[in-house]
Design a protein around this ligand. Sequence first.
Ligand SMILES: *Cc1c(COP(=O)(O)O)cnc(C)c1O
Length: 482
Amino acid sequence: MRSHLLNDSTAEHYRRSVTAGVERVAAKLAATDRPFSGIGVGDLAPVIDAIDLDRPLGDASAALDELEDVYLRDAVYFHHPRYLGHLNCPVVIPAVLGEAVLSAINSSLDTWDQSGGGTLIERKLIDWTTERIGLGPAADGIFTSGGTQSNLQALLLARDEAKSRPEHYTRLRIFASECSHFSVQKSAKLLGLGPDSVVSVPVDSNKRMQTVALARALEQCVAEGSVPMAVVATGGTTDFGSIDPLPEIAALCERFSTWMHVDAAYGCGLLASRTRRHLLDGIALADSVTVDYHKSFFQPVSSSAVLVRDRATLRHATYHAEYLNPQRMTQERIPNQVDKSLQTTRRFDALKLWMTLRIMGADGVGELFDEVCGLAAEGWRLLAADPRFDVVVEPQLSTLVFRYIPASVTAPAEIDRANLHARKALFASGEAVVAGTKVGDRQYLKFTLLNPETTAQDITAVLDLISGHAEQYLGESLDRAS
Ligand SMILES: *Cc1c(COP(=O)(O)O)cnc(C)c1O
């Protein structure tokens, strides 16, 4: 079994094994003609159930053959131009190269004595990001597993900066727009705040937080004797890509001495854009920022960070363990990243971004994100001009929320069902993958455009498929009724 350990004497085995895997994937990617096979859970589950994990295959080639059946054949392929579903991006090759290196070396970024230069590389990328945001000379941050964890940590810091005692946590309030990410609510729960701690602020017709309503909510909070702990502004909402008015929100945070968090999990790609960076104007005023490189920087999952204006606030996540990062190490200025993280053992995800910036450069990443934002603008024009569809807001980033409106039907519930059916039927056909969401009480469909290879023709073709599936459903439901 020692022959499976990666070390000096197995370097050749490693090379062969990984190369065989890379070749399978390369062949797969080259041959994929649709984003999904369309297989149902009921057909795939027995295949995986039948595998006896206590009877290993012994060699990589057999395991790769088996992987074809249990995974590769029916995986959802984000690189395909007709994958328009969730916020998943096609990945850039420099980052995949970084991924291969980081898992082989397997540094753990919690302490200097487990990572060496990895620590310094991560720190440099944090500095690079805080400079792009404009957080100032005292800024710092840490890579995390994703936007959910970044938001949790930011709100933990905000809670502890509010200097409330645990028995008063139920008085703390977080303000976030009704389109903000659900991880804000989840964080409030994990942080021991009360069930009413997240105040939902209404949005305008462009799905951006209404600052007049925010001001009123903050005033009311103070009048009631509650404590405004944080405002979460979203720099690109998950559904609409709408960006809250950051400068106005910053001014209100200043007035109410409230922590300003900007959740830019989606919109962070603008930090690399030469033409759209201004959409995030005001982000420099934040106390903390969430970025998901694994969304708009075209990085493989996971790659995210939380950034803070004042590095001293990160102490709220610091604990000292004698075996790991005893206090004396801090005095000796040993850079132990675990002092700033909710995790202990932690992947060197930063290496992927490092390789990306060293090979492509930030402008290269920004251009890719600009392309998908441009495509969304074009998609919006197509949808707005198409009488078959109702489209919700002109996108600031790269999502389109719309629904099919049949000419013959007016009952809203029936239209909902037709749209739900179209999404499901499309998924089952494997020809394209789209997402869905609700607007008010009504069922809508969503394109999340993160693939620069997707064209306006792809959008038109998928809209035709949707209309076809919806009409087929309505035809059948008419038959059922008669
Ligand atoms: C995706 C997203 C998150 C959550 O990020 P994960 O990386 O999925 O944990 C948070 N906020 C917004 C606005 C998002 O779009």
